[in-house]
Design a protein around this ligand. Structure first.
Ligand SMILES: *Cc1c(COP(=O)(O)O)cnc(C)c1O
Length: 351
């Protein structure tokens, strides 16, 4: 037998939340948006001329890049798009995290960061959140090869103030700082205005959560033109045509409909606040989530038991079997009806 096994890139892959296919289920396990995409998105999808699929899509993703730039008042040269923010973040790791010093990120955070670092052989060091699951900016002062964190953080939902992000940036002028804003549209303040001041800041967002398009795979990064140029150089060295014709066409429509975006995100925020009150009444405790999920534990019943009981009912939530958070459940915010059903079941079951 040959020893080809020695030359395999062996990796510890990311484990996504399950996508069950039950007819009647309440799916609160992957932070998807319970509302459909904007009406314009659905219209363009219905009317799409399939013959256009013969052609390669625009390699520079121009229509979508321009729509995003216009929405945020940026130049197109300040916007990079990819196949979900997972693709954008992977490109960022590949492009910017090349130092000998470790990249810093929180111990409890998006569990893809250590997977990319592992796959790309990037050294990293995790920084423990405090007792209340807050990021301590001073932990990020030391010499490092880059900094990345979500804001609000996942899976905790805890938001960091812009002043704390500024503090981290002020102590990290020589490396790239990435703020992963997958959930920023649910009540937080974006770090986007800081990109003019800090040429080493990248702000990453996605259409998967607040724009109801997880299935279409659209993510984007915004930052200084030089950062975006370097990202594009790596992207073109990897795969010129990352985004499909359809992603570009539908993405543009999603960005254009500001009213629908505003309406659906306000509905989710209102449902989240209602759910917080109900969960509190049932003996759950949690930090003040500013995302489209609540990361909660119960005062007396272990998370795993609640998880199993909910699953029996075809109510799916997420449980992470890792240190410090084993006794928590991450519950995505669905429609008011879905959240009422969840609360109704818990009220009976916990009684
Ligand atoms: C959901 C999520 C992403 C990735 O979303 P995409 O669907 O790939 O755009 C990135 N970061 C965090 C923190 C997330 O929760």
């Amino acid at each position: 037998m040959g020893n080809w096994e020695d030359y395999v890139r062996k990796v510890e892959p990311y484990v996504p939340g399950e996508q069950p296919d039950a007819a009647r289920m309440i799916k609160l396990n992957t932070n998807e948006n319970p509302y459909p995409p904007a009406p314009g998105v659905l219209r363009v999808l219905r009317e799409y001329d399939g013959n256009r699929l013969r052609l390669y899509p625009a390699p520079d993703c121009k229509p979508l890049v321009e729509a995003i730039a216009e929405y945020y008042g940026l130049k197109p040269e300040q916007v990079f798009t990819g196949v979900g923010s997972d693709d954008v973040l992977a490109m960022i790791f590949l492009t910017f995290f090349n130092a000998k010093q470790p990249v810093f990120f929180p111990d409890i955070t998006y569990s893809f960061y250590d997977v990319w670092a592992g796959m790309l052989r990037i050294p990293y060091e995790t920084k423990a959140l405090d007792e209340d699951f807050r990021i301590r900016p001073e932990d990020y002062y030391g010499e490092n090869g880059g900094v990345i964190f979500p804001n609000p953080n996942a899976p905790t939902g805890i938001l960091m103030e812009l002043s704390a992000i500024r503090d981290i940036l002020d102590h990290n002028r020589d490396v790239i700082v990435v703020v992963d804003e997958a959930y920023i549209d649910f009540g937080g303040e974006s770090a986007l205005p800081l990109i003019d001041e800090y040429d080493n800041l990248l702000v990453v967002q996605t259409f998967s959560k607040s724009r109801s398009m997880a299935g279409m795979r659209i993510g984007y990064a915004m930052g200084n033109e030089r950062l975006i140029r370097y990202l594009n150089d790596v992207k073109y060295s990897f795969n010129s045509y990352t985004m499909t014709q359809l992603s570009l066409a539908l993405g543009v429509e999603a960005v254009r409909d500001r009213a629908y975006f505003e309406e659906t995100r306000q509905k989710i925020i209102a449902t989240r606040e209602w759910t917080k009150g109900e969960l509190r009444g049932l003996g759950f405790t949690f930090g003040d989530s500013m995302s489209n999920f609540i990361f909660a534990r119960h005062e007396s019943v272990p998370a795993e038991e609640i998880f199993a009981a909910l699953r029996e009912q075809n109510i799916y939530v997420r449980h992470f079997n890792s240190e410090r958070i084993r006794n928590y459940l991450r519950i995505s915010i669905g429609t008011p009806e879905e959240m009422e059903a969840l609360i109704r079941f818990l009220r009976g079951w916990l009684a």
